[in-house]
Ligand binder design. Structure first.
Ligand SMILES: [Cu+2]
Length: 744
């Protein structure tokens, strides 16, 4: 009997919608790879406050380096907007020309109840408007008292410290509930200074900002501070749940070692309303949400050090602003982004016969964006620069999906999804509207404003998945998919060919400038993948292999720009400088292999030993040019030897990464060397308390982050080649950490 998850006495506490129960036994959902639950996540709270970083051991996942709490996950080489990343059912859109506020950056790890990663092919019911896998993050579901006489009160509190960057923070969650009403609050705080690389890093431009001693091994622009609050209210009746969640996040600063700007304020307010109902025919899940983001960027302390001279230019590192700003006096470069997202999602899981389930759903999302840069003097004068004005991107989607048992050995899933994506942007102007203004501002704005920019995309996704249980020791999953993603507003509507403006539009952290292209077509990806899962009947050992292949028609890559202010002969030919690029549709293919395994090494009087490992290989090629795709993680391996003795658990991790030599020539991507790291972790659990201690990068090994982008963390970053090219962002040196969590 296949039916949607049944609700017991603790109804709603553990309810998740996609899980299917067969004969009382939960079967693994098709397409879903790894799932991290609360226990696995809380074990990492002392190690990282970056929710995306929780996924670093999931086969197929790599991470683009960004700010300290906002790295961008990539699955099989496809990152950022190419993935569907949802938080409590909401599809957040990064509202920043550098994508500094991606969806997972709004979640503190301590608030995450569960993250599910669809590393290969995600069913269409998980989301559309994406071509790669999906990441589904959920905060804790409401809990209720078991009987009317009871009042349920519970909570969790934690603190952590890390030595390398003096990171510290804490989290608190409390809830009070009766049998039918639940009230909860969760909050978290984290802050860190700039981190220090392993031994040997000598930043070539290190001169030190005023009033601050810069360590030679300090990686500039890596500090951050973040505060998150969520208030939840829920009511349940017989088979019905109503839930409201109010979220607020403030990031006073998060500096970026691979962007020319720093986040100096980000505020998100969100409201999420949900209805969940159980009926004779199945389950209905409906949501309505609203999100408001106010984002502000300027130069953080490490990038401002040369600014403030009366001429607005380089020279004296006095750090003082000249006043007032004028055509000859510049101070900083304020940049604002504001967005508002409203959405409705409806999904019905219908029990269809004994062994079948039908999922039907619809989505509407309306997204409005403004991105503007007020005058700050010198060339950025006298008016406001419209980077994107009145940007609009609206999605309307419907899907149908069937999942069922075909025989005792075969389970199948078939789904189709249609999305209509409308996008548009209003007329723009540069800082200066006088004919002949710097950087082609008038010519570019006039050309942009004279075009019809409204675009309407009709996108169709199809997925087919099948699982075969060949025997008690071998399972196999096969998948085929067509997935489509429409360009985002920055890809379509940023317009200035002035290098100073173009370098501010960059969400891959490579230091280059990007110019939008209103004529971009949606990306269409065709993926085939297979997962072979060998294990013994008791699963004391297991080995999983997933080879995959994706061909993307109209992949949005970039080409050196051909006409406009920055598009010089030197720009089109240089191989060792930052360049200005324009987004363009090309064809691409990505393929590779995820390998993961685990085995018990035996039990003895000294405890239980185990070994697990992950290997990831990805290759990404631009089929139109024959070049490599940007930011593809080189071959990497991680082995973990674990030991458990009573309540004491420890592990030794060995990480090995090959050198990155397959680099994108069009972007002058920087190669990085191979490296190996060693991490030690230990924890002790009492009934109501848990202690975590460990050392990351035990030998203080110096290495460069393969996906960390170009180091643009210090100095004046406004002039495209005013900072040295060719330095990658170093990884963190040795760091000791400790964390305590108490539940009550
Ligand atoms: Cu930003």
């Amino acid at each position: 009997m296949l039916c949607s998850a049944t609700w017991g006495a603790q109804a709603f506490a553990q309810t998740t919608l996609n899980e299917v129960v067969v004969n009382g036994q939960r079967i693994q959902e098709l397409g879903a790879g790894e799932q991290l639950d609360r226990a696995a996540i809380s074990a990492q709270q002392a190690i990282t406050r970056d929710t995306a970083n929780l996924l670093r051991d999931v086969p197929g996942v790599s991470l683009y380096g960004a700010g300290g709490v906002s790295s961008l996950p990539a699955i099989h080489g496809l990152a950022d907007d190419r993935l569907r990343i949802s938080v409590d059912g909401m599809d957040f859109v990064a509202s920043c020309p550098n994508h500094m506020n991606p969806p997972l950056s709004y979640l503190d790890p301590s608030h995450v109840a569960k993250i599910k990663v669809y590393a290969g092919i995600a069913p269409v019911s998980v989301g559309g408007d994406s071509i790669g896998g999906a990441i589904v993050a959920e905060t804790a579901p409401p809990e209720f008292a078991r009987s009317s006489e009871q009042v349920l009160t519970k909570g969790e509190a934690g603190v952590f410290v890390r030595s390398n960057n003096n990171a510290q923070g804490g989290n608190l969650a409390v809830s009070v509930a009766s049998e039918s009403t639940s009230l909860s609050y969760s909050g978290a705080f984290a802050k860190a200074d700039n981190y220090r690389a392993g031994s040997n890093f000598k930043s070539s431009t290190a001169t030190g900002r005023v009033g601050h001693t810069v360590f030679l091994d300090e990686v500039a622009s890596t500090a951050y501070e973040s505060k998150t609050h969520t208030l939840g209210f829920a009511m349940r009746g017989e088979g019905h749940l109503l839930e409201a969640k109010l979220g607020y996040q403030n990031v006073p600063y998060q500096l970026y070692p691979n962007q020319r700007m720093d986040m100096l304020d980000n505020e998100q307010q969100r409201l999420n309303l949900r209805y969940l109902g159980q009926f004779a025919w199945g389950q209905l899940d409906a949501r309505a949400y609203q999100e408001k983001v106010d984002h502000f960027m300027d130069f953080g302390a490490d990038k401002r050090m040369w600014y403030g001279t009366a001429s607005g230019g380089s020279g004296v590192a006095n750090g003082n602003p000249c006043t007032p700003i004028s055509a000859t006096c510049a101070y900083g470069m304020p940049m604002y982004t504001a967005s508002r997202t409203s959405g409705v999602n409806v999904k019905a899981d219908i029990d269809w016969g004994d062994d079948e389930l039908l999922r039907l759903g619809a989505l509407y999302q309306s997204y409005a964006l403004n991105d503007w840069w007020p005058p700050s003097g010198s060339g950025m004068w006298p008016g406001t620069f419209d980077n994107i004005k009145d940007g609009q991107r609206d999605r309307l989607g419907i899907f149908g999906e069937w999942e069922g048992r075909l025989s005792s050995q075969w389970t199948g899933l078939l789904g189709a999804r249609y999305e209509r994506v409308l996008s548009n942007a209003g007329n723009v102007q540069g800082y200066n509207t006088a004919v002949g203004a710097m950087g082609n501002q008038v010519v570019d704005a006039t050309a942009f404003n004279s075009q019809d920019r409204a675009r309407r995309d009709h996108n169709v996704d199809l997925t087919a998945l099948a699982r075969h249980s060949a025997s008690a020791t071998l399972d196999m999953e096969l998948g085929l998919a067509r997935k489509v993603r429409s360009p985002n507003l920055y890809e379509r509507y940023t317009w200035s060919t002035w290098s100073m403006a173009a370098v501010m539009n960059n969400f891959v952290g490579d230091g280059n400038g990007y110019i939008g292209n209103p004529d971009l077509k949606p990306e269409k990806a065709y993926t085939a993948s297979v997962t072979l899962d060998w294990h013994d009947a008791e699963r004391t050992w297991g080995l999983k292999a997933t080879p995959y292949y994706t061909y993307v028609v109209d992949y949005i890559d970039a080409v050196r720009c051909s006409s406009g202010s920055a598009c010089t002969v030197a720009n089109s030919s240089t191989s060792n400088q930052f360049v200005t690029l324009r987004y363009a549709n090309q064809n691409a293919r990505l393929y590779g292999l995820d390998l993961s395994g685990h085995m018990d090494l035996g039990h003895s009087a000294y405890g239980v030993w185990g070994l697990k490992g992950v290997l990831n290989y990805t290759k990404g090629e631009n089929q139109s040019t024959g070049g490599n795709l940007y930011n593809i993680m080189p071959l990497n391996v991680k082995l973990t030897l674990s030991h458990q003795y009573d309540a004491w658990a420890s592990s030794l991790e060995v990480v090995g990464v090959q050198k990155k030599s397959d680099v994108s020539a069009v972007r002058n991507e920087i190669a990085t060397g191979g490296y190996g790291l060693l991490n030690l972790r230990s924890s002790y659990s009492w009934r109501r308390m848990r202690l975590d201690v460990g050392v990351e990068n035990l030998f203080n090994k110096f290495y460069y982050l393969p996906l960390g982008g170009a180091y643009t963390g210090q100095g004046t970053t406004m002039s495209i080649n005013g900072i040295p090219w060719g330095i990658a962002v170093p990884g963190m040196g040795r760091s000791l950490y400790a964390g305590v969590t108490v539940t009550f």
